[in-house]
Write a protein that binds this ligand. Structure first.
Ligand SMILES: [Zn+2]
Length: 309
């Protein structure tokens, strides 16, 4: 009887080992140091930052934050308080990347102006990365705009290569920014019910979005590729990042770094279709690989009370 029990136990663990954590995701957080809509005090920004960093650390989630250095200046001078927010990230071993100086769209900016903005956007972060002995080499396209044509995209890719940057593609976009605006509005009105309603809708929408992108991965690559989640450094995530992490854990995801996620060969899959889009790379690969484009129509919509004014 005891032998049978041990055997069953072994079977259970083998099964758990084989099936657990077969999926991987990298958490990337944009528009650092913070995204605030209605509340702008430094205390608020510091608490928001600390909460995000604390949650990542507590759950052992490696993450990278993409910075817009324009936010580090106040009346033309570097704001030490804003720089401190970035140091809060670095102190806990999180990485930083370049998200351009002022969050320009490459789709309505000249190549020269856009690439100048990239260089302008690395001044402080590069020094900070050195100070904390961490690498600084990833680039995130604002609005996920990579170029409306192949030529435009190729020129930017070449520029990034020459300047030792590696682009960080996004595969899961849960549109957190739409929910975050409503959430902060409700916070300002001290409407706790509304805050909870927005947060619950955010978590539900995230689940649907993960389903959608997992489906695209399965249809396009016949497997679950390592995913890259895009969220922003806002109050909604400061309060609910632990729940977002739980959603992924429940689906057997393992959290990996930016460097690890790019080892998945899906990320070398060429993009051949271009347009005025700011979309997930999974959607780009669907179009480029000739997977049924109708699948893109299954992209879950944001609830009306979030999408409306
Ligand atoms: Zn951004």
């Amino acid at each position: 009887m005891k032998k049978l029990y041990t055997f069953c136990l072994l079977l259970f663990f083998a099964n758990t080992f084989l099936h657990a954590q077969i999926k991987k995701v990298c958490v990337t957080i944009d528009d650092l140091p913070t995204v605030v809509y209605h509340v702008a005090s430094e205390e608020y920004k510091l608490e928001l930052t600390k909460n995000i960093v604390k949650t990542l650390k507590k759950n052992r989630v490696p993450a990278i934050g993409f910075v817009n250095e324009v936010k580090l200046y106040e009346n033309g001078n570097v704001s030490q308080e804003e720089v401190n927010l970035l140091e809060t990230w670095l102190k806990d071993g999180l990485e930083l990347g370049n998200h351009t100086y002022s969050h320009l769209s490459y789709h309505n900016t000249s190549f020269i102006a856009f690439t100048d903005n990239i260089i302008e956007g690395e001044k402080i972060d590069k020094e900070l990365a050195k100070k904390y002995n961490t690498e600084y080499k990833y680039f995130r396209h604002p609005f996920l705009n990579i170029g409306k044509t192949k030529d435009a995209a190729d020129s930017l890719t070449q520029f990034l290569k020459e300047h030792h940057y590696i682009a960080s593609p996004v595969t899961i976009d849960n549109q957190d920014y739409l929910f975050a605006q409503k959430y902060e509005q409700a916070l300002l009105k001290e409407d706790k019910d509304e805050m909870e309603k927005v947060a619950n809708a955010y978590l539900e929408h995230t689940k649907k979005k993960i389903d959608y992108y997992e489906m695209l991965s399965e249809k396009t690559f016949k497997r679950q590729i390592a995913q890259t989640l895009l969220i922003h450094a806002n109050k909604l995530n400061a309060d609910y990042l632990a729940d977002i992490i739980k959603i992924f854990e429940k689906r057997d995801y393992l959290f990996i770094s930016q460097t690890e996620v790019l080892k998945d060969k899906a990320y070398s899959e060429p993009i051949t279709k271009y347009g005025p889009w700011g979309i997930s790379w999974l959607e780009r690969w669907v179009m480029s690989k000739g997977t049924n484009k109708n699948l893109l129509k299954l992209n879950p919509e944001v609830p009306a009370f979030i999408a409306g004014e």
